[in-house]
Design a protein around this ligand. Structure first.
Ligand SMILES: NC(=O)c1ccc[n+]([C@@H]2O[C@H](COP(=O)([O-])OP(=O)(O)OC[C@H]3O[C@@H](n4cnc5c(N)ncnc54)[C@H](OP(=O)(O)O)[C@@H]3O)[C@@H](O)[C@H]2O)c1
Ligand SMILES: [Zn+2]
Ligand SMILES: [Zn+2]
Length: 345
């Protein structure tokens, strides 16, 4: 049995609801035969970290919580059964760290491993996340970062990139489709790039008019200020897909239906508090489909990284030292991040 090299992991934990983490350490689980130990170089801050720290998702946060599920670092130890990774490999970990991956699992056998009944999220459960100096993770959920990608730009691809690319792959977004993206934050600014690289025409919707220039440079051909009625009217009935990545209140979602072309797909990725309200006539008249999508399974994480390497998709990032994580969280919470914060050790 191989022993890990690190006996104590030093991280930053939320201990109660509030935009605040504090130094906290824990003893990692014994290094299992299929585990690797990773020394963390970089960790992105996802909108879900903020929701979870604030206990805004179903009130299910388990404190103390070390957030962070956009992890990039180097393998420093591997368990005896790990054949796909080696010490020194530059790797990433996303929002999920375990699924059974058995052929007789209803979810895993269909590539729906994020829904596996044995699924383990990277934090808020049986393990802790990336606001730390190290993690121990099952090797099935540790992904090599392609050499073309500078490691500091890789963390946002692990959750944000994967989450937006997953529905595009699964629903077959293709050249010529009109793809709307509402909310130009960590997820949204990557969604523009992935959709554009697939050949789609991208419409960016934002409540921040100052984001127009960058959204356009990233590949949006139309920018809609969501407070401008004329701009909204101009895109009515035109979208084949709409990815909701905005934390705008969910009671606004029924407005979005009128932007859709018939048989279009609205895909909710964001998880703001509150309910969606629709009436049956909204669907009867529009024939629009509404669905959601949860992160992305193993195959999708790999495709997300490869596609980014091939099409030169990179997040726009702001770098903060890990020791300034509280400043970084405040910056993110105030909606000032442009467009993803990466913490560095
Ligand atoms: N489904 C999944 O598996 C999954 C995975 C990761 C994240 N998520 C969720 O996706 C959402 C976006 O995550 P993110 O990391 O992209 O967050 P983010 O960087 O904070 O972006 C959220 C965007 O929402 C827009 N927004 C509109 N109204 C807002 C308001 N009242 N307050 C704050 N933001 C507002 C802003 O864009 P504009 O300025 O352009 O309007 C903002 O940039 C979060 O709810 C997160 O939990 C889901
Ligand atoms: Zn995330
Ligand atoms: Zn399974």
């Amino acid at each position: 049995m191989v022993d890990g090299k690190i006996s104590e992991i030093h991280g930053w934990a939320a201990t109660k609801p509030g935009i605040q983490v504090e130094p906290w350490s824990y003893k990692p689980r014994p290094l299992g035969p299929n585990d690797v130990e990773i020394k963390i170089d970089y960790s992105g801050i996802c909108g879900s970290d903020v929701h979870t720290i604030l206990n805004e998702i179903d009130g299910n946060t388990m404190y103390p919580l070390v957030p962070g599920h956009e992890i990039v670092g180097k393998v420093i130890t591997k368990g005896e059964n790990v054949t796909t990774l080696n010490e020194g490999d530059l790797v990433g970990v996303g929002a999920q760290v375990y699924a059974c991956l058995r052929d007789d699992c209803k979810e895993c056998s269909r590539g729906l491993d994020p829904h596996c009944p044995h699924m383990v999220f990277t934090y808020n459960g049986h393990s802790h996340g990336g606001y730390a100096d190290a993690v121990r993770v099952d090797a099935n959920y540790v992904f090599k970062i392609p050499a073309a990608i500078d490691p500091v730009y890789a963390p946002p691809l692990m959750c944000a990139g994967t989450t937006v690319f997953a529905p595009m792959l699964r629903k077959g977004v293709k050249k010529g489709d009109r793809v709307g993206v509402i909310g130009i934050g960590g997820l949204g600014h990557l969604a523009i790039q992935y959709a554009h690289a697939l050949g789609a025409e991208v419409v960016a919707f934002s409540h921040s008019p100052t984001k127009k220039q960058q959204a356009t440079e990233l590949g949006a051909s139309i920018f809609v200020d969501t407070s401008n009625k004329e701009e909204l009217d101009a895109v009515q009935g035109t979208l084949n897909y709409l990815l909701i990545t905005s934390n705008a209140k969910s009671n606004q979602y029924n407005d979005y239906v009128r932007w859709m072309d018939y048989e279009g797909h609205i895909i909710t990725l964001a998880v703001p508090e509150g309910e969606m309200r629709f009436t049956p006539i909204d669907f009867v008249m529009s024939e629009v489909n509404i669905t959601g999508s949860l992160v992305g399974g193993r195959n999708i994480v790999k495709q997300t990284l490869d596609f980014a390497a091939k099409h030169n998709i990179r997040p726009i990032i702001e770098r903060f030292p890990m020791a300034k994580v509280n400043e970084a969280l405040e910056h993110m919470h105030q909606g000032k991040a442009r467009y993803r914060i990466v913490l560095e050790n």
